[in-house]
Design a protein around this ligand. Structure first.
Ligand code: 5GP
Ligand code: ZN
Length: 114
């Protein structure tokens, strides 16, 4: 995906505040944080949205949750709690068409979302 900003971020072609990286996943601070802690977890492989997850993607999705388990401890929000958000499609509020999981924490979050 030549014009995907999250592909470019994961390759270091667009700068970001990196939190974590391995061969499959990249984690960085959201440019417009909605909470004291707001990071994005993305697969390095371009997957457009949750609609594109099938059996072949089960390993990367499981890996993403293992990475989340690790980074929430490093970010200091594991004990107080946090929210994992994956917006999908227009009604879901997805604005970047590369699968990403928001990790929000550091304050009490309201529910339900608007
Ligand atoms: P969505 O609305 O698709 O669920 O979330 C996209 C998120 O990506 C938004 O929270 C937005 O602030 C963030 N974002 C968009 N462009 C960039 C960028 O260039 N760098 C970073 N770090 N975050 C971005
Ligand atoms: Zn992409």
């Amino acid at each position: 995906m030549n014009d995907c900003i999250f592909c470019k971020i994961s390759k270091g072609e667009i700068p970001s505040k990196k939190v974590y990286e391995d061969d499959k996943v990249f984690v960085f601070h959201d440019i417009s944080p909605e909470a004291p802690v707001h990071v994005l977890v993305i697969p390095k492989e371009h997957i457009a949205s949750a609609n594109d997850i099938d059996e072949s993607k089960s390993d990367i999705i499981a890996h993403i949750y293992l990475v989340i388990h690790k980074i929430v401890r490093e970010l200091g929000i594991a004990e107080t709690g946090y929210r994992i958000v994956n917006n999908c499609g227009e009604d879901g509020g997805q604005t970047v068409n590369h699968l990403h999981f928001h990790i929000l924490g550091g304050r009490s979050l309201k529910w339900p979302p608007g």
